[in-house]
Design a protein around this ligand. Structure first.
Ligand code: HEC
Ligand code: HEC
Length: 354
């Protein structure tokens, strides 16, 4: 009898403990969920990982897919005045590079008159507009083009020497420091090592044929000429410092070592950004038009630089790099204009054998 009572008490006690544990747990869970939604409003958006990038040059990064597109943080949120001014100066150097560093530049005369912004739209913040969203999160990194680890200074100077067909900036100087500050600030909401959705350039599927410069000439006449002019020549603004419509070829354009000289980069850039006003949501060119106009523009004359040391490991050369030697048996012409799928297949089988 006594024993029974004792067992009952133990039973009741266990029951109560069990209920208290369950209630406490649910309270904790509810608190965490609540706190999380509250916190989310105060924290900057962090772009989470999902998938590996397919870009051979950036093979080590993880790309972020199916997430909201990257949006740059606002410079006005920088509390410290001096840091904010310096970051704003960096932005101005990106948006109006020529005013400071072009042929009539007020600081130095080291570049061809293009602004970084001509190719990195909206000061490098436009979705799929070749923006800088994932630069801070992925540099320093190994790049197959140089075969070495590159920091932001080196990458910025690559564009000075190639896209702006000019000279590198002193890495310790005020201008480079400001550019770096700006690029780091706008990329500060992307998790280290990750590539944010909407950053850089948006992929464009290959055509099943070679790209065609003659067809591209027709596209150019119909959809580019009104701004970029008959010979792709430059139209300087009234102040003589910046282009209204930047040149697409000729002595003041990017040189043949630049990223845009690769047809895939050019096609991806124009598909989602040109004619002026196009966006990834409202492209104004068909895929074929983008590929063919890339072939046309990149068949015109432009400054030459020596890029023979690029891609020291030739098995890592991007399929559309127009200068040999290659590990495959295809010509420079087919590497430049495609079709690229057969080349890719041969490269794959050769690398598999190695
Ligand atoms: C003529 C067009 C053009 C101009 C002008 C230009 N760039 Fe670029 N830039 C490119 C292309 C194309 C890429 C390669 C994009 C890629 O690798 O996905 C690139 C890449 C970059 C990258 C690396 C981006 C990444 O996500 O890895 C940085 C940083 C950069 N440029 C900075 C600059 C700066 C700073 C200037 C001005 C001094 C400038 N660029 C001017 C075309 C240009
Ligand atoms: C309505 C005028 C306009 C039209 C039409 C236009 N562009 Fe542009 N394009 C611009 C402007 C302006 C810029 C510079 C953008 C900036 O700085 O914000 C530019 C920049 C470029 C650039 C990068 C800078 C350079 O000089 O290398 C390329 C490449 C380009 N356009 C290609 C094209 C192609 C190809 C077409 C036709 C399919 C085209 N554009 C149609 C106005 C235009």
């Amino acid at each position: 009898m006594k024993e029974k009572k004792f067992n009952d008490v133990i039973g009741d006690f266990t029951n109560i403990v069990f209920k208290v544990v369950i209630i406490t747990l649910s309270l904790v869970v509810m608190f965490i969920i609540n706190m999380n939604t509250d916190l989310k409003e105060f924290l900057p958006t962090i772009y989470e990982p999902a998938k590996m990038s397919t870009d051979t040059d950036n093979a080590t990064e993880k790309a972020v897919k199916n997430n909201p597109l990257w949006v740059a943080p606002d410079l006005s949120t920088i509390a410290d005045d001096e840091t904010r001014w310096e970051t704003e100066y960096g932005k101005d150097l990106i948006a109006h590079t020529a005013k400071y560093l072009g042929p009539n530049g007020t600081k130095l005369k080291i570049s061809n008159g293009l602004n970084c912004q001509n190719c990195h739209l909206e000061a490098g913040t436009k979705a799929w507009g070749n923006n800088y969203g994932s630069v801070a999160s992925t540099y320093p990194k190994f790049r197959a083009r140089s075969g070495s680890e590159e920091n932001i200074y080196k990458r910025v100077n690559d564009c000075f020497e190639r896209s702006l067909n000019g000279k590198p900036l002193d890495t310790l100087g005020r201008e480079m420091q400001a550019i770096k500050k700006y690029i780091e600030f706008i990329g500060s909401n992307v998790q280290k090592g990750m590539k944010a959705e909407g950053s850089g350039l948006k992929d464009l599927p290959f055509l099943n044929r070679a790209v065609n410069p003659n067809k591209g000439a027709i596209v150019y006449k119909e959809k580019c000429l009104s701004c970029h002019q008959t010979n792709g020549e430059d139209v300087f603004a009234l102040d003589g410092k910046e282009y209204v419509y930047p040149p697409l070829w000729g002595k003041n354009s990017y040189n043949d070592g630049a990223g845009l000289y690769r047809i895939t980069f050019f096609a991806k850039y124009v598909k989602y950004n040109m004619p002026l006003g196009a966006t990834h949501e409202k492209p104004l060119l068909s895929d074929e038009e983008a590929w063919d106009v890339a072939a046309f523009v990149n068949s015109q004359s432009r400054p030459h630089i020596n890029v023979t040391t690029d891609w020291p490991d030739i098995s890592k050369k991007p399929v559309d790099h127009p200068f040999g030697p290659y590990i495959d048996t295809f010509s420079e012409l087919q590497h430049k204009f495609g079709p690229w799928k057969p080349i890719q297949e041969q490269m794959k089988s050769l690398i598999a054998v190695k």
